[in-house]
Ligand binder design. Structure first.
Ligand code: FMN
Length: 207
C-alpha cells in the first residue's frame, strides 16, 4: 500500500463553496497531470430486485445541473435506472491520490441534447452505437462484426439514424459529493458536501 504523503492538507477554507466548481478544479488537475482517462467514473445502480451493479462510463458533460454520461437506453444500467432513478459514481485519480464520490437522482437528457452529442461523434462511433444491443447476449464475435460491417457500409454515405428511444444521455444530479485526498498515516482528508435548501453544507468526515 502506498503512503500518501505528497498532498498538502485539504482544508475547508481552501475548497469552493460549490462542489461542482471544486470538482472542476480537481478534474482539471487530473487532465493537466496527463492521466489517460481522467473522465472515467464507476457508476453504480440498483435494479428492480434491489441488487447493485457497477460499471465504468465516461463523464461527457458537467454543469450546474450535474454529471452527464451517454449509453444505450436498453442496457442493463438503463433498466436499473428505470426501476430506481438513483445512482452513485466514483472517480479515482491515482496519480493525484484523490477520489470523488457522487450520489443523487438520475434523469434522462432530452432527445435534442442526446442527438447533439451523438452527432458530435465520429461516423464510426455513431455506427457502433446503433449497432450494439448493449448488454444482450450474442452468439459470437463474428455476428457482431458482420452486423457492424453491414452498418458501416450502409451508412458510409448517408446519415446514421438516431433513435432517442435506443440511445442517449443521463444526468446524475448530485445530492452528496465527497472529496477524498490521501494523506500520510492513513489520516486522509474527507470533505463532504450535502445539498440543503439554501445551498450546500460542508462537513469533514473521519478517514
Ligand atoms: C474506460 C471505459 C469507459 C466506458 N465508457 C462507457 C460509456 O461512456 N458509456 C457506456 O454505455 N459504456 C461505457 N463503457 C462500458 C461499460 O463499462 C459497460 O460495459 C457497458 O455500459 C454495459 O454496462 P451495463 O450492462 O451495466 O449496462 C466504458 C468502459 C470503460 C472500461
Amino acid at each position: 500500500m502506498p503512503q500518501y504523503t505528497s498532498n498538502p492538507p485539504l482544508l475547508e477554507a481552501d475548497v469552493a463553496q460549490d462542489p461542482i466548481i471544486q470538482f472542476r478544479r480537481w478534474l482539471d488537475d487530473a487532465v493537466n497531470i496527463g492521466m489517460i482517462e481522467p473522465i472515467a467514473m464507476t457508476l453504480a445502480t440498483v435494479d428492480a430486485d434491489g441488487r447493485p451493479s457497477a460499471r465504468v462510463v465516461l463523464l461527457k458533460g458537467l454543469d450546474a445541473d450535474g454529471f452527464a454520461f451517454y449509453t444505450n437506453y436498453q442496457s442493463r444500467k438503463a433498466q436499473a435506472l428505470a426501476a430506481h432513478p438513483y445512482a452513485a459514481a466514483t472517480f479515482w485519480w491515482d496519480r493525484l491520490e484523490r477520489s470523488v464520490r457522487i450520489e443523487g437522482a438520475v434523469e434522462k437528457l432530452t432527445a435534442a441534447e442526446s442527438e447533439a452529442y451523438f452527432r458530435s461523434r465520429p461516423q464510426g462511433s455513431q455506427v457502433g452505437a446503433i449497432t450494439s444491443r448493449q448488454s444482450q447476449v450474442i452468439a459470437s464475435r463474428a455476428e457482431l462484426d458482420a452486423r457492424l460491417a453491414d452498418n458501416l457500409a450502409r451508412y458510409a454515405t448517408e446519415p446514421v439514424p438516431f433513435d432517442p428511444s435506443q440511445w442517449g444521455g443521463y444526468r446524475l444530479r448530485p445530492e452528496v459529493i465527497e472529496f477524498w485526498q490521501g494523506r500520510d498515516n492513513r489520516s486522509h482528508d474527507r470533505l463532504v458536501y450535502r445539498q440543503i435548501d439554501s445551498g450546500w453544507q460542508l462537513q469533514r468526515l473521519e478517514p
